[in-house]
Structures are given as C-alpha cells and as structure tokens.
Design a binder for this molecule. Structure first.
Ligand code: C2E
Ligand code: CA
Ligand code: CA
Length: 659
C-alpha cells in the first residue's frame, strides 16, 4: 500500500492559508507573540511540505540520483522545521502568557533552550556527513540512524517544558486559552503513535495544523482586538494586559494619555468625526512610538483615555514618545474642517515600582487628570509619589474602611438657583470626608476608588440615610426648597435591593418622594440597560425626580437620555469653562435648544462668577426657559448643613440681583 498523502496535502493547504492571512494582517511585525506565531506557521508549513515532498518522491519518482537527492533534501527540511516547532512553541507560551521576562530572567532557561535547539540542529547538519539520524540507501529507502531516538528525547523535554509552563502559570490565562495551548501535546502524541503503527498514514502534520487553526481562532483572534474605529486595542484587552502586568510583577512602562476635554470634543465634532479624531490620535501616537523605538502597544481604555503599554523597562523611550505626544496634543489639530484645541495630560507609570495592585493602578489611570494639576508637562508617577495626594491614594482603602465603620462622612449642600423664579429652589448634597492624618479628602479622589472596589455601596447608604434625615428634620418648604439632589453612583443603580431600600428609608424618615432627586451619570445609563431602566422607572413612578449629571463628559448618548424618565440634564462645568470659544458657545446653545425640545430641564454647572451667570441670563427668554437652573461658586459653595440652612433662611424671600 502506498502512503496516504491527503493528510499532508491538507496540512500544506491549511498552513499556507493561515500563513498568508497572518502576513497580510500583520506581517512579521508587531508583538513578540505575533512574531512567534508567524514563525510557527512558517515552520508548520515547511515541515508539511518536507513530509509531503519526501512521500511523493519516494512513491512516484523513478529512482535516480536526482530523486535520491530530492528525497534526502525533503527529509532534511522536514526534520529541521519539525524540530524547531516545539522550541518555538515554548517561547510562544512564555510570550502569550505574559511571562517573557521570567524566561529572560533565568539564564539557565535560556541556555537550556539554546543548547537543546542547537543540539537538534547540529545533529541534523552532522547527518549530512555521518548518518546519525537517518539515511537513504542506494534505492532511496529511508532508514533510521543510531541517534534518531535523541530527537524524540529532545522533543519530549520541550513538550514537558511547555506543559509545565502552561500549568504553572494557568492563573494568568483564561480557561479556553489554556486548553487550546495544551491541546497540541495530546494531538502530537496521538498522531505520532498512529504513524508509528501505520507508517503510511502521514497524519502528524495534519494534526498540528488543525491545532494551529484552533489556536488562531481562540488565542490569536482575541489578541487581535484592535477597535477599527479607534485604531487602538479595546478596553477589555487593556484590562487583561494591565492585570497581567500586576499579577506577574514583570517590569512594564505605561504612558497614560488623557484627553481631559474629551466630552466637549465629542459634542463639538459629533460621533462620526469624533471617531476619525480618535483614529488620528492613535495613528500619531503609534507613529511616535515606532520612531522613538518605544516597544509599547496602544489601548483605548476609557472615554478619552489611552494607555501605551510596554512589557519591559523602557523609561527613556517612553519619555521621548511622551514628549512627541505632548507636542502633538498641544498643536492645533485640524480634522474635517474643525480646528480643535486639546487638553491632554500625560503620565508615565513604571511597574512594579509604582503600583503592585490592579485596583490602585486602574483607579489612578482613570482619575489622574483630576488630581494632577493642569500642566503642560509630562508627569512621572515616581516624581509625585512622595506628595500627600499619592500617600492618600496608597492609604485610601484603610481610610475609607475606617470612615465607613465610624460613619465619619459629612454631607454638604450647595444651593441651586432658578433664573426663571429668581431664587434658590433646590440643592445638591455633596459628600465630604475629613481624615485626622490627611485633612480633607476630596470626593473626586475617593468616590472613583470606592466605585472600583465596591465600598461605594456602604458610602451610598450613608448618603441616602443622612440626606433623608436632614430633609425629615428640616422644614425645607419654609426654606423655599422643592427637593434635594442626591448623587447615585452607577454601581448603586444596579443594586438588587435599591427600590426596597429607598422605599423603606423614605417611609422610616417620613419623606415625600417628590422631595428628592437622584443624579445619575452616563456611566450609570450605560450599565445593564434592563436593570437600570427598570430601577429608574420604578423609582420615578414613586414620584422621585431624576437628573443626568456631568452631561458632555461621557459619550453623551442622547438616545439613552430620551429612553429614561429624566427630568433634568446637568451640563458639565467643562462646557462653561470654554464659553469664550465662539464655536463652543454655539454648541452650548444648540444643546440647550435640543434638550428643551425634548422637554428636559437644563442646569448649568460650575457658574463661578457673575460674568458667566450673566451670559446665561442674557440668553433670549426662550433659551433661558431652557436653561433655567444654575449652580456654582458664584451663588454659593457647598456648605455644611447648618450653614446651608442659614444661607437659605437669609435668601428665601430675597430677590437675587445679578448685575
Ligand atoms: P458632581 O456631582 O459633578 O458635583 C459637582 C462638583 O462641582 C462638586 O465637587 C462641587 O463642589 C463642584 N462645584 C460646584 N460649583 C462649582 C464651581 O462653580 N466651580 C467649580 N470648579 N466647581 C464647582 P465635589 O463636591 O468635590 O464633588 C466631586 C464629585 O464627587 C461630584 O461631582 C460627584 O461625582 C462625586 N460626589 C460628591 N458627593 C457624592 C455623593 O454623595 N455620592 C456620590 N456617588 N458621588 C459624590
Ligand atoms: Ca452631581
Ligand atoms: Ca456634575
């Protein structure tokens, strides 16, 4: 019986298709793992060709010195490629699990790898002169040489090496990936056994190429997770990489770039051009990194937040890249007939020196633009570490745990002005935390942290209880107040017992639902829509009002706004800050008109001075009806309960004069 060639033919076809797609997609460039997978594909293809070629020459070519030579060469190619497969696979395992640094760190691993692979290659080349591995007799018939077994031993060592590495670091990879990575071993062993007993069934390379297919689908596919609209890798793979960096403790350098006025830009450009804008940023950032030889990958982590992650110590090139990014961000950017000015903040973080837990790293990444002073400079996290702000961050978990246990928060109230009624009609409750060691800790620092680690639920409960207690103990009608606004975090919105809790508290404190209004942010509106809608609608049917906070800082998903029973939209202060930009002023007016048409009340946040108040009060009557409410330091800062009551008592019957 002749050799069964179909398996090898399929293997050649499968591996050439995959190699072609890989080359078209990314060439041999990109990350180490992409590079390695490309080479593994080459090796599988070459080994399959060698195996097939050897079988064809043996079976179909009439014997001649020429066919003897061909057969010899095909066997040689097969062995060479085949023997490189498992060593390359071991390297691939190190890089795809994110532990390349471990391989590099332990010299004995590198030496063992070089020695074993070198021995393989040496034996094969030596075979040309002394038949150690295989020979072809004068009739071209293949026979094994005395050192043939050594190949199996080396392959076995690499096999065990790979399996141990995968199992040892299994917590760093997801379950699917681990199974696929392990699968190549039983498949190889089974096909080798089959081929041993049925030498004509050349199924080994076929088995391996099928493993490659699964590989590409399960492992590589997830890694090729570039968002085509943004031109950078998606949020989810960013989280995976950051987690991996923390868990492995490997050296990594990260450049965080935050476009602080992201919301305004989105409003200004509209969704489509906004994505072109993000794409332009990604393109330029990547170009700078390439030119400065920063070995990082670009991720789009959140609204306006990019993370450039290099899994090695590369501070110098990171700094140079950040310089280029800074220059670019501070130049006027022109896109599709729009000229935009960016407020870009850049921070470089080095792990594991700067952070060794994911929670703090991520919460820092998403909020550093709030806490680091507006600056045109690149910030090195290590330079700031000593400052109080960063000491607080390091200690925040303990501070919050203690504050929750001792209920040490305090609620402040900031009056809200109605330009139509010309008086203060409601107020926003804002939380305050005073720590003995660090003094006042701003909510912009601890709320995002608490949202990330779940403490927000306990804090939210405190806020609800304290505000309701205040309303029940104060005759707010006498103070001219219609309701008090309470900030509700996204995580609170989906609490399963939210409705029961709120109803119970309203009952306990004898508070009318109409006396409170919940402020939601767009992140809340983005959460599981079924749950959020259900909760908001049920609370709203009780008579509780709702406001959408910080409008213009997130994705400004106007569809979501209209689908929820929201009474009021609060325009974020960043709008007001850019009021002098004529185009921004047009955007503000258009936004007010649009929201008014949707029957939403509009509140302007961050009214810090008279000039600003005037700008809005001078709007024509129609528009003013639209943006009736104002809040800001110009009217009153957030103040403690007693001071707030005194302020309201003083102003309740007074006409407010804005010059
Ligand atoms: P926010 O909900 O947007 O609250 C308005 C913030 O703007 C407050 O900062 C307020 O003090 C500040 N502000 C008011 N008028 C002006 C002004 O004219 N100029 C400027 N520059 N700022 C003004 P605050 O109190 O530091 O709170 C920061 C954020 O922390 C809040 O932003 C809110 O997101 C969160 N937060 C505060 N209290 C609570 C709370 O009880 N629960 C929850 N979940 N979040 C809260
Ligand atoms: Ca608010
Ligand atoms: Ca706000």
């Amino acid at each position: 019986m002749g050799k069964i060639l179909y398996f090898d033919i399929s293997a050649v076809l499968i591996s050439s298709v995959f190699l072609t797609t890989t080359i078209i997609r990314s060439g041999f460039k990109g990350t180490k793992r992409n590079f390695l997978i490309s080479w593994i594909e080459v090796v599988v293809l070459v080994a399959s060709i060698g195996d097939l070629g050897a079988a064809i020459t043996e079976q179909y070519l009439l014997f001649s010195p020429y066919s003897w030579m061909m057969s010899y060469c095909f066997n040689f190619i097969y062995f060479l490629a085949h023997n490189l497969l498992l060593p390359l696979y071991v390297l691939y395992i190190y890089s795809t699990t994110g532990i390349w640094h471990i391989f590099k760190k332990y010299n004995y691993l590198v030496y063992a790898w070089i020695l074993l692979t070198g021995l393989d290659v040496f034996l094969l080349f030596a075979n040309i002169f002394v038949p150690l591995i295989y020979t072809l007799d004068q009739n071209g018939v293949y026979a094994r040489g005395p050192f043939h077994l050594l190949f199996y031993v080396i392959a076995g060592i690499f096999g065990i090496w790979g399996i141990i590495t995968i199992l040892k670091h299994r917590r760093l990879i997801n379950h699917d990936k681990m199974l696929v990575l392990l699968m190549i071993y039983p498949v190889t062993v089974t096909t080798i056994v089959i081929q041993y007993f049925y030498p004509d069934t050349l199924c080994e390379m076929f088995g391996i190429s099928i493993c490659m297919v699964l590989f590409i689908i399960v492992v590589q596919h997830k890694e090729v997770s570039v968002d085509p609209l943004v031109g950078a890798k998606r949020h989810s793979s960013g989280i995976e990489s950051l987690t991996n960096i923390i868990e492995t403790g490997k050296p990594a350098t990260i450049i965080f770039v935050k476009i602080a006025n992201n919301g305004n830009i989105l409003m200004y450009l509209g969704q489509d051009i906004y994505y072109q804008f993000l794409h332009l940023l990604s393109q330029n950032f990547t170009k700078f990194a390439e030119e400065e030889e920063f070995p990082g990958e670009l991720y789009y982590l959140e609204y306006g937040l990019f993370g450039f992650l290099a899994e090695e110590d590369s501070l110098t090139t990171a700094y140079r890249t950040a310089e280029r990014i800074k220059k670019f961000l501070h130049s006027q950017i022109h896109i599709d007939n729009f000229d935009i000015t960016l407020d870009g903040r850049i921070c470089i973080v080095e792990c594991p020196d700067d952070f060794n837990d994911f929670q703090s790293l991520f919460s820092f990444a998403t909020s550093f633009h709030n806490t680091i002073p507006v600056s045109k400079n690149i910030i090195l996290y290590s330079d700031f570490k000593g400052q109080q702000e960063f000491q607080i961050r390091d200690d925040l978990e303990r501070i919050l745990r203690d504050a929750i246990r001792e209920q040490r928060f305090e609620m402040y109230y900031q009056p809200i002005f109605s330009a139509v009624k010309n008086r203060f009609v409601c107020a926003e409750a804002l939380i305050r935390l005073h720590d003995e060691k660090y003094g006042d800790i701003p909510p912009s620092l601890f709320i995002p942290f608490a949202e990330n680690n779940g403490m927000i639920h306990a804090i939210g409960d405190f806020v609800l209880r304290d505000v309701l207690k205040f309303i029940s103990s104060t005759d707010i009608k006498r103070l001219g107040l219609e309701y008090i606004e309470i900030n509700l975090s996204a995580a609170q919105c989906i609490e399963s017992d939210l409705i029961e809790k709120v109803t119970q508290l309203l009952e306990d404190y004898h508070v009318d639902p109409e006396n409170i209004s919940f402020e939601l942010t767009e992140t809340a509106a983005d959460m599981d829509p079924a749950i959020v809608d259900n909760h908001v609608k049920r609370l709203s049917s009780l008579g509780i009002r709702f406001a959408l906070d910080d409008y213009g800082t997130g994705y400004s998903n106007i569809k979501r706004v209209t689908s929820l029973p929201i009474n009021q939209v609060k325009l974020d202060q960043s709008f007001v800050k850019e009021i002098d930009n004529p185009q921004m002023w047009i955007v503000i007016q258009d936004t007010i008109t649009m929201l008014k048409e949707m029957d939403k009340e509009v509140l302007i946040e961050g009214v810090e001075n008279e000039l600003l108040a005037r700008r809005f009060i001078d709007l024509n009557a129609d528009l003013l009806q639209g943006c009736e409410y104002m809040q800001g330091f110009y009217f009153c800062r957030p103040v403690p309960k007693d001071q707030f009551i005194a302020f309201m008592e003083e102003h309740v019957n007074k006409q407010i004069v804005i010059n």
